[in-house]
Design a protein around this ligand. Structure first.
Ligand SMILES: [Zn+2]
Ligand SMILES: [Zn+2]
Length: 281
């Protein structure tokens, strides 16, 4: 999941596709993206089964790019990233537009709920443990996400990318949610090079995601806000990259005692969100 989605342009192209872009020109006009980068990302996304390329005209040849079940199920993660950046990252120029829930026509923020009991859920009442296929070693990509061809960063979600665009960043944040707080714990648990751990921790402290005190690193309220991003990313990964022996991580909702699966509701009308009901305001 990190190898695939730890790339800002990839996320932005997917977001445009989910908002209705299908043709090359739609993506080109919706994003400040170069031809080289767009062509590269469309090719990767097609190869990974996130977009389906369909030729709609033979002469001259023209193709469109359609979403697939795999990419359509990414909307909870993309909506969560959008909401977190809007709420916590103030230096977007121009400001990120709001999202509208078409069912109630209000500008909204998504709320995480437990699908088993329907109640709101947060990192405080969801516990995680390794499942049959779970270890840190197996969950952290072997190579750092490559900077793919010609990729000047889009710069639209810089703080999200400090989490998703770096293999240690995501792992450290997950470890912080699980309860680790000491430098040496992050390092030994993840078997990470000390320099990489120090580097990520200092970026998270600078961004206000973690706060350092008494030799411990703890999540701030802003950091806790990433719960929705992490949980929706994890669920998507476990759905589409299933290990034969079972899931990597098992989640439980302590409030109801059942297995935790996240749903998203609209904070304005309380209704369950669907990907098809989220529009740009
Ligand atoms: Zn529950
Ligand atoms: Zn609503």
């Amino acid at each position: 999941m990190l190898g695939l989605l730890g790339d800002e342009w990839t996320l932005l192209v997917l977001q445009q596709a989910l908002l209705g872009a299908t043709r090359y020109g739609d993506f080109r006009s919706g994003l400040p993206i170069s031809d080289a980068v767009l062509t590269n990302r469309l090719r990767t996304l097609t190869a990974e089964g996130l977009l389906e390329r369909r030729v709609y005209q033979k002469n001259p040849p023209r193709a469109e790019y359609l979403t697939t079940p795999r990419s359509r199920s990414l909307w909870p993660m993309l909506v969560s990233i959008w909401a977190w950046e809007r709420r916590w990252v103030s230096d977007h120029v121009p400001a990120l537009p709001a999202m509208r829930h078409t069912a109630c026509d209000a500008e909204f923020a998504p709320q995480v709920i437990c699908r088993a009991c329907g109640e709101p859920a947060s990192d405080k009442d969801v516990v995680a443990q390794w499942g049959p296929s779970g270890t840190w070693a197996r969950s952290i990509p072997a190579v750092t996400t490559r900077r793919r061809s010609g990729s000047a960063e889009a710069g639209m979600f810089p703080q999200t990318m400090s989490v998703l665009g770096n293999r240690w960043g995501f792992a450290i944040l997950v470890a912080a949610f699980v309860g680790f707080s000491r430098f040496t714990d992050f390092q030994t648990q993840l078997a990470a090079p000390p320099g990489s751990v120090a580097d990520r921790l200092s970026i998270f402290v600078a961004n206000g995601v973690l706060v350092a005190a008494d030799n411990r690193y703890r999540l701030t309220e802003k950091g806790r806000g990433l719960f929705a991003v992490i949980i929706t990313a994890l669920q998507w990964a476990q759905r589409w990259f299933e290990a034969p022996e079972g899931p990597a991580v098992e989640l439980a909702h302590t409030a109801c005692g059942r297995r935790f699966t996240a749903g998203l509701t609209c904070d304005q009308c309380g209704g369950r969100l669907r990907g098809s009901q989220v529009a740009r305001s």
